[in-house]
Ligand binder design. Structure first.
Ligand SMILES: Nc1ncnc2c1ncn2[C@@H]1O[C@H](COP(=O)(O)OP(=O)(O)OP(=O)(O)O)[C@@H](O)[C@H]1O
Length: 655
């Protein structure tokens, strides 16, 4: 096919521009990224060869080869992996289909700004791996990148070339063997003996491979050349003899998988490097699990809880799962059937001789062995979390802030899966408390409940301040009752799924009756019921005016200084759940709204007066409407018709 020139996608252009002009100083990681791509490509052909040996075309000595050329100022990284077809090159290299790219660019811009402001540490963030824009990192050091690739099983090779300036060319290539070679024509700061970052220097490359890619499972090889004075038969240099050129191909990486080594001999930094290398982590993991078991199923697991949640952890494009190996041979990436979904943030691998290499992935994912391993690992992780919560509270809270949402979603989902997940997770949950503004567990909450309190109270809103200003909070605050603040929409779904903790039911302060048991509250309740009876007609007429906006209108026992509040009926969704459903474009779930009016507020007697003048009186109707809209606003819900509301207020003010 003829040579074609293609424009990069607008997003790709932006990304390349940022890469090239980035202040991102850790250029050397480009090597790790390209080696990691090469290793992935070999994994793919290796795996395909398990069921189709022909794909290897007789070449099964997998390797990655580095070829620096100081004269031409180039560095080539070759692999005999799966390769790419012309179409795949266009799809994988020319376009960025990943939704993460935008987020990546924002982070990169932020890092740039932070570094311009001189904020410490801002430049070390290894953003590249996190967002999976690995290949493009080549443009940090190269003025031109050339790819020669041939897909295993196909005959035509493809050549791709770009200077990173907005377009690339693509044409037929001449590569004969399957696999990919990426040649970087290095920028002038990146070659030559005078350069601090000379990527044509074999010793520098060797050091970088040791540092970043030592555990890569395939040999990373390079030819070393040197000059040597010839020696005599006793091994002594021959005086005056002319130096001879020597060369040797050496393997740069140890290839010994870290997880096969003895735990006690592994340093913390080695684990950190490993997770950075293999799992695109960019900081030291929060927790590392390295276990070996020899029960009914033998396995070694090396897992970690990262120190930060990836930006897309809860998006559909996030792929959870751990890598699987059998006797150190890679089987698959991202096996999501090993651990439950609520542990989707756990990264790492499992290597087991009991996992079969030769069955389909579908069967493998349902295998008994995998289930046994998964259950054991889940147990280990939960135990470790529970220990952390008990003994290292600060660390646990750091974990919670990053990954708590996952556990809460896990509890909610157990409603459908019918599993015992809920029981496993309930003691690991934390919520913000009204007591001291700190995070509290359900156990801690119930242990410090006064005896007269029979329920666990909670309030929902977008932020702490809104809850603190809710009219309903006043009574509870006055009585010194602790309220859990549920600030994330998933919190309420989680609590509703649990229903109770240690026999104590959860109760929203914006729902049904508060059921306070103390003597004073009982008295208020009785008094409220009396007022309700006496004002039955008033309540009925307010309800009639408001029509189907509310399910009921009641005299309130929960209000102190505010005139009104809106609560939801005991059954059905709450107001905040209704909001969440509406945001999810699911407006069918509606809360049954109950308007509560404070009988001790001056407005109440005004309402009574207006009511005396007749329920069809316009002013009475306006008051009812205004009261309802106020209650909506307090809940953070916009009125359906803000103009009408504003006009009514204006009219009232002008009177
Ligand atoms: N050496 C290679 N051999 C075959 N395909 C490759 C090679 N290098 C890159 N690719 C293809 O190009 C795609 C894009 O690579 P890139 O490094 O930008 O992202 P990635 O590898 O998918 O993500 P990440 O860097 O997070 O692993 C790869 O997914 C792969 O399909």
């Amino acid at each position: 096919m003829a040579k074609e020139t293609h424009e990069f996608q607008a997003e790709t252009k932006q990304l390349l521009d940022l890469m090239i002009h980035s202040i991102y100083t850790n250029h050397e990681i480009f090597l790790r990224e390209l080696i990691s791509n090469a290793s992935d490509a070999i994994d793919k052909v290796h795996f395909a060869s398990l069921t189709n040996r022909d794909i290897l075309e007789g070449d099964d000595s997998f390797e990655i080869f580095l070829q620096p050329d100081p004269e031409a100022h180039t560095l080539t990284i070759s692999d005999n992996g799966i390769g790419m077809s012309r179409q795949e090159v266009i799809e994988n290299i020319g376009t960025i289909a990943k939704s993460g790219t935008k987020a990546f660019m924002e982070q990169l811009k932020k890092a740039k700004e932070a570094s311009e402001k001189g904020e410490a540490g801002s430049e070390d963030k290894d953003l590249i791996g996190q967002f999976g824009v690995g290949f493009y990192s080549a443009f940090m050091v190269a003025d031109k990148v050339t790819i020669e690739t041939r897909k295993a099983g196909e005959t035509q090779a493809t050549r791709w070339e770009s200077t990173g300036d907005g377009s690339y060319t693509i044409e037929d290539g001449s590569r004969e063997k399957r696999g990919t070679s990426i040649t970087m024509t290095l920028g002038k700061e990146f070659y030559g003996d005078a350069s601090e970052e000379n990527y044509t220097d074999t010793y520098k490359l060797e050091r970088l491979v040791k540092k970043y890619s030592d555990y890569v499972r395939y040999p990373i090889r390079m030819t070393f050349e040197w000059e040597e004075t010839p020696r005599d038969k006793d091994g002594k240099e021959i005086e005056g003899a002319e130096k001879e050129k020597k060369s040797e191909v050496r393997t740069l990486n140890s290839m010994q998988p870290l997880w096969t080594r003895n735990k006690s001999e592994i340093k913390e930094e080695e684990y950190t490097e490993f997770f950075k290398n293999q799992f695109h982590e960019w900081e030291k993991p929060m927790e590392v699990f390295h276990t070996h078991a020899e029960g009914s199923v033998e396995y070694t697991a090396l897992l970690c809880i990262p120190s930060r949640a990836p930006f897309n952890l809860y998006h559909t494009d996030y792929e959870p799962g751990v890598q699987l190996y059998s006797r150190h041979v890679f089987i698959m990436d991202k096996c999501k059937d090993l651990l439950p979904d609520y542990l989707r943030f756990v990264k790492g691998l499992v290597d087991s001789p009991d996992l079969s290499l030769n069955i389909s992935r579908e069967l493998l994912q349902q295998s008994r062995e995998l289930k046994v391993i998964g259950k054991a690992l889940e147990k280990n992780i939960l135990k470790a979390l529970s220990r952390k919560m008990k003994n290292k509270r600060e660390d646990y809270e750091a974990f919670w802030n990053e990954f708590g949402k996952s556990l809460k979603i896990g509890v909610y989902n157990s409603m459908y899966s019918g599993s015992d997940t809920m029981d496993k997770l309930k003691d690991l949950l934390l919520f913000l408390s009204s007591k001291d503004g700190k995070l509290v567990s359900l156990k801690e909450y119930t242990e410090r409940m006064p005896e007269s309190q029979k329920k666990i109270y909670y309030a929902t809103a977008k932020d702490k301040e809104t809850i603190e200003h809710l009219p309903q909070m006043e009574t509870l605050r006055d009585k010194g009752l602790e309220v859990l603040y549920l600030l994330d929409p998933v919190d309420e779904f989680c609590i509703e799924t649990l229903r109770e903790y240690d026999g104590k039911p959860f109760h929203s302060i914006s729902r049904g009756d508060l059921d306070l048991e103390d003597a004073e509250s009982q008295e208020v309740k009785k008094e409220t019921e009396d007022i309700q009876k006496k004002n039955d007609a008033l309540m009925k007429d307010i309800k009639e005016v408001l029509g189907d906006k509310v399910a009921d209108v009641k005299v309130s026992a929960r209000l102190k200084s505010s005139a009104v509040c809106l609560v939801a009926d005991e059954a059905g969704p709450s107001l905040s759940m209704e909001q969440t459903f509406a945001e999810m474009d699911n407006p069918l779930f509606k809360a049954k709204r109950i308007l509560e009016i404070n009988p001790h507020h001056a407005l109440f007697s005004r309402l009574q007066d207006l009511h005396h003048a007749g329920k069809d009186n316009k002013e009475f109707k306006d008051y009812c409407d205004l009261l309802y809209t106020q209650a909506l606003l307090i809940e953070g819900i916009l009125p359906e018709n803000p103009v009408e509301f504003a006009n009514k207020i204006a009219g009232l003010m002008a009177r």
